[in-house]
Ligand binder design. Structure first.
Ligand code: NAP
Length: 264
């Protein structure tokens, strides 16, 4: 569930995975208006929905409605995955681990790295927590609203706030803001980031529409290695699939379905 849901790439990944494993299930997008989340969850329970995903803007609302949250979902009060257990849903978040797994498959271990994280919203929170669990050396949270960055650091009891120009010290820079979403130009707010980049750095953008964001293009021009947001989308979905089905996700089947859908 999300609002709006114009186009869901997730359904292609999950339907391909269900079909591949012979599981009689389908994944459907539900556009749920703000204020209707609790009713939607009751409807899902009543109609036998076995699990689901939650996206913008409902991740925090769903966390406040559920009585059972696990792991980072409980710590950060954000939910992107629902798993039915009896007559209720248990909430999880797979965003952070999905992000870390997307780096791992590119041969990037976050352990020991200095990381500059841009953003302090829902996705940034989950990513920050997963980075700390994976033993980053230092985490600097840079957000337009500094108080929100400080809140995140206080919640995680680690890290520090910073400014855009602080990215020059980082091994890895992660854009977890919505800056650049749906745009083909570099948002001026990210200019300072680009100006301070050099070729030994890695830039990951979790924005995946467009796949090759202006930030990633500009970072490559300065010699940095870049990672796009489709990897995180794939890996958070794979972790959700495993939670629903208790089966290893067919990652390559899901990746192929995602790449085909993203090209359309
Ligand atoms: P969110 O909770 O609404 O957070 C948005 C963040 O962007 C906040 O830190 C906000 O700063 C910042 N921001 C927004 N507009 C800005 C501007 N004009 N200048 C500076 N900062 C700005 O959203 P979210 O759920 O974290 O999602 C963020 C992005 O990640 C979206 O593009 C989403 O599509 C993407 N995403 C990708 C994946 C994936 O699998 N690849 C998964 C989840 C999300 P303030 O705190 O100052 O408002």
């Amino acid at each position: 569930m999300g609002y709006p849901i114009k186009r869901s790439l997730s359904r292609y990944m999950h339907d391909a995975a269900f079909e591949h494993l012979g599981i009689d299930a389908t994944y459907l997008p539900f556009e749920v208006e703000p204020g209707q989340v609790e009713i939607a969850i009751q409807d899902w329970l009543a109609t036998g929905v076995q699990g689901g995903n939650v996206t913008i803007p409902h991740k925090e609302t769903v966390a406040s409605v559920l009585t059972r949250l696990e792991g980072d979902a409980a710590k950060l009060k954000t939910v992107n995955t629902l798993v039915r257990e009896g007559d209720e849903y248990v909430g999880y978040t797979t965003d952070g681990d999905g992000f870390v797994n997307s780096l791992k498959e590119q041969g990037i271990e976050v352990n020991g790295k200095e990381v500059a994280l841009l953003g302090a919203g829902g996705a940034a929170k989950s990513i920050a927590s997963a980075l700390l669990r994976n033993d980053v050396k230092e985490l600097v949270v840079i957000n337009r609203t500094t108080a929100r960055a400080q809140e995140l650091i206080d919640e995680l009891d680690s890290g520090k706030t910073g400014a855009m120009e602080d990215v020059s010290d980082a091994d890895l820079i992660v854009n977890a803001t919505s800056l650049g979403m749906g745009a083909d130009y570099l948002p001026p707010e990210l200019n300072q980031v680009v100006e301070n980049l050099s070729e030994h750095q890695i830039v990951a953008d979790i924005v995946y529409v467009p796949r090759d964001t202006a930030l990633l293009r500009a970072a490559r021009e300065r010699g940095a290695k870049t990672i796009d947001g489709l990897g995180m989308l794939l890996h958070q979905a794979a972790l959700a699939f495993e939670l629903w089905t208790k089966q290893p996700p067919p990652l390559e089947v899901m990746r192929n379905a995602l790449l085909i859908a993203a090209e359309k």
